[in-house]
Design a protein around this ligand. Structure first.
Ligand code: ZN
Length: 576
C-alpha cells in the first residue's frame, strides 16, 4: 500500500532506516555526482520502489556491490519517476550511483554575480517533495532516516554546511576538500538540507551561531542576538531542545521562503535582516519547528497544518513570553490579514482551505498558502481558550513527548486529543476548522489594542510591526501615498515586509511609479511571500510589464518560485 499520496514508497516493502551520502558538487556542470546507500530497518526481498526526479541512475547494487536488476519508469508530472529495484532474499540495503540534473527542483546553483561576495553558491530546499531530485529514496515523512555519513566534495575555497552534525574537513584531490557530517536524529527526507558557499560564522551562545557570507555576518549576528533567549523561552514552554545545536544560515536573496526549519541549521532569507530586529519572529517560528514539525512531523502534505499551525501557535507563545501579549496579538492581527488574502485566492478551490486536505493528484507546492499556518493557529487558539491555558499546556507537552520522532496524521492528533481531553474537540467545534473550507464565523479574533487604535487613527505607529498593521488596514484610494511615503520613508525601507505592502498600495491606487517600485522589489528578492502578491497585482494591471520583469528576474529565483510565478502570470493571461 502507498504510504503517502506523494510518494511511491510502499508499506509492504523494506523501509530505510539510515542513509550514507557521498556527493561531489560540479559547479561548472551544475550537477551533484556520487552515491547513496540506503540501509533497511530489517532485511527484505522483492520489489523496492524509490522516488526520483530528473536523476541519471548509473548503477544499482547490493551493499556488497553485486549488481541488482532495476527499472526507472517514465516520469509522472507531480511524483517524478519510480525507480523499482528487485531485491534478492535477505537484502539489507541498496547502493545507487547517480547524478542530479542541472534542473533538479531541490537545488539552486547561483552564479558568483548572484551573491554578495561574488562566489558560487549552491543550496537545497527539499520540502515538500524535492528530496527525490537530490537522491533516490523513499521521499515521505512516514520514513524517517538518520544519516550515518554524508560527504560533500567541494572547491576548497568554499565550505559545505549540512543540517546535521559537522564531523570535519578532509583534504580532497587538487583544489577540492571533503566536508563530512552525520545526523543521529531520525528526520523526514524533506529535512535533508545542505548549502555550499563562501560562509563564515559568528557565535551567538554556546549552542547557537549564525552563518552568512562574510560581508553579512556581523549584521546577521546583531539582528539575531536574541536567539538564545528565544531558545530558552521555547524550552520552558515545550520541553528540552533535542537537537544539540541551533544555528542559522543566512541564504542568498533567491531563497524562496522566509525560513526553512532544517534541523540544527535553520535556513533564512536575507530579507529578514531589517536592521531593527523587527522580523525576527521568523526565527522564533523556525526555532519552534524543532518541536512542532521536526520532532512531531506531518505524515504527508495532507496534514501540513500539523507542522505549520502548531508552529505559528508556538511562535506566538514564544513572542508572548519574551515581549508580552500585546506584541503577540499584533503579530496575530497581521497573520489574520494574510489568512484573509489566502482565503480569497482559493475562492474557486475552497477544498484547499480545509486544514485536513486530500491532495491526491495535486502538487503540494500548488496548494501551498498561509491557510494551514493561520487557520491552524486559530484552531489551536480556540482549543487553548476552551480548555484553559494550564490544561492546554500540559496537553501540548504530552503530545510532543508522545509523538517525538514520529510522523502523524490529523486523525492521530484528533484521537490523542480526545483521549487526553475528552469532549474538548466537540466543545471547540474543531472539525469545522479541520474539515470545512474557509473560516468558521465565530473563529477567535486576535485582540490588539494598538491595532485598534491605529485603525481608528488615534495614534501613530511606534514600531515596524505597528506600521505594517496600519498599512494593511488602508484602502488604496483613501490615502495620499506620496504624503504617506514622505512621512514613513516607505519606498526606501530595508524591510521588504513594509516596502512590498506599500508597493501593493501603489499598484492598487494606479500610482505612476508603481511598476518601477514593484520591479525593484522583484529583482531584489526571490522570497515567494513577496513575489506572489506583487506578480498577482502587477499582472492584473500591467501584464506586459509583469512578463518583462519576470524575464529579467527569473534567473535569481529558485525553481519552486519560478513555477509559482509562472502559474500566477498564466492565470492572469500575462504568460502563455
Ligand atoms: Zn513553518
Amino acid at each position: 500500500m502507498r504510504l503517502d499520496p506523494h510518494s511511491f514508497a510502499d508499506s509492504g516493502q523494506p523501509q530505510t532506516r539510515s542513509i550514507d551520502l557521498e556527493l561531489r558538487a560540479d559547479f561548472g556542470a551544475r550537477v551533484l555526482e556520487g552515491e547513496v546507500a540506503l540501509h533497511f530497518r530489517s532485511p527484505g526481498a522483492g520489489p523496492l520502489d524509490l522516488d526520483t526526479r530528473d536523476l541519471s541512475v548509473r548503477a544499482v547494487s547490493a551493499l556488497d556491490g553485486t549488481p541488482l536488476r532495476h527499472e526507472l519508469s517514465a516520469p509522472e508530472p507531480i511524483l517524478g519517476a519510480r525507480l523499482r529495484v528487485e531485491l534478492p532474499a535477505g537484502s539489507r540495503g541498496v547502493r545507487i550511483r547517480y547524478a542530479t540534473s542541472p534542473a533538479a527542483t531541490a537545488l539552486q546553483w547561483l552564479d558568483p554575480s548572484q551573491t554578495t561576495g561574488k562566489q558560487p553558491f549552491l543550496y537545497s530546499q527539499s520540502q515538500p517533495i524535492h528530496a527525490r531530485s537530490l537522491a533516490p529514496l523513499q521521499d515521505t515523512p512516514r520514513v524517517r532516516v538518520i544519516v550515518g555519513s554524508a560527504r560533500f566534495t567541494v572547491p576548497s575555497r568554499l565550505r559545505a554546511l549540512m543540517a546535521a552534525a559537522a564531523r570535519g574537513r578532509e583534504p580532497g584531490s587538487g583544489d577540492e576538500a571533503v566536508d563530512t557530517f552525520e545526523m543521529p536524529q531520525p528526520v523526514p527526507p524533506y529535512l535533508l538540507a545542505f548549502a555550499v558557499g563562501d560562509l563564515s560564522s559568528r557565535q551567538l551562545s554556546s549552542r547557537c551561531a549564525v552563518w552568512a557570507e562574510p560581508a553579512l555576518a556581523d549584521a546577521a549576528a546583531a539582528e539575531f542576538a536574541q536567539v538564545e533567549d528565544m531558545l530558552r523561552a521555547a524550552e520552558k514552554l515545550f520541553g528540552p531542545y533535542e537537537w544539540d545545536r541551533y544555528d542559522v544560515l543566512v541564504m542568498p536573496p533567491s531563497f524562496p521562503y522566509g525560513g526553512m526549519e532544517n534541523p540544527r541549521l535553520t535556513f533564512v532569507t536575507p530579507s529578514i535582516l531589517a536592521g531593527d530586529r523587527s522580523l525576527v519572529n521568523v526565527i522564533a517560528h523556525e526555532l519552534a519547528h524543532a518541536w512542532t514539525g521536526n520532532l512531531v512531523s506531518n505524515a504527508s502534505a495532507n496534514d501540513f497544518w500539523l507542522n505549520e499551525g502548531f508552529t505559528v501557535y508556538a511562535e506566538r507563545r514564544i513572542l508572548e513570553s519574551l515581549h508580552g501579549r500585546e506584541a503577540s496579538e499584533l503579530h496575530a492581527t497581521a497573520g489574520l490579514h494574510d489568512l484573509q488574502v489566502s482565503l480569497e485566492r482559493f475562492a474557486a478551490r475552497p477544498e484547499l482551505t480545509r486544514l485536513r486536505t486530500d491532495l491526491r493528484g495535486v502538487d503540494p507546492d500548488e496548494a501551498y498558502s498561509t491557510v494551514p499556518y493561520e487557520k491552524g493557529y486559530l484552531l489551536l487558539r480556540r482549543l487553548e481558550e476552551t480548555a484553559g491555558r494550564p490544561a492546554w499546556d500540559e496537553f501540548l507537552r504530552d503530545y510532543l513527548g508522545t509523538f517525538r520522532f514520529q510522523s502523524i496524521t490529523t486523525q492521530d492528533f484528533l484521537e490523542f486529543l480526545e483521549a487526553r481531553l475528552p469532549g474538548l474537540a466537540a466543545r471547540a467545534r474543531a472539525l469545522e476548522f479541520v474539515d470545512a473550507p474557509g473560516l468558521p464565523p465565530d473563529a477567535p479574533l486576535p485582540r490588539s489594542l494598538r491595532a485598534e487604535q491605529l485603525r481608528r487613527g488615534e495614534t501613530d505607529p511606534a514600531n515596524p510591526t505597528e506600521l505594517l498593521v496600519f498599512l494593511q488596514g488602508l484602502a488604496p484610494d483613501s490615502v495620499d501615498l506620496r504624503e504617506l511615503d514622505a512621512r514613513f520613508g516607505l519606498s526606501s525601507r530595508r524591510s521588504l515586509e513594509l516596502r512590498h505592502t506599500f508597493v501593493l498600495l501603489q499598484l492598487r491606487a494606479g500610482a505612476p511609479e508603481a511598476v518601477d517600485s514593484a520591479r525593484r522589489v522583484l529583482l531584489e528578492t526571490g522570497r515567494m511571500r513577496y513575489l506572489r502578491p506583487l506578480y498577482t497585482d502587477l499582472s492584473r494591471r500591467h501584464p506586459e510589464a509583469a512578463r518583462r520583469i519576470y524575464e529579467e528576474a527569473r534567473g535569481g529565483y529558485h525553481a519552486i518560485a519560478r513555477s509559482m510565478v509562472e502559474s500566477v502570470l498564466k492565470e492572469q493571461g500575462a504568460l502563455r
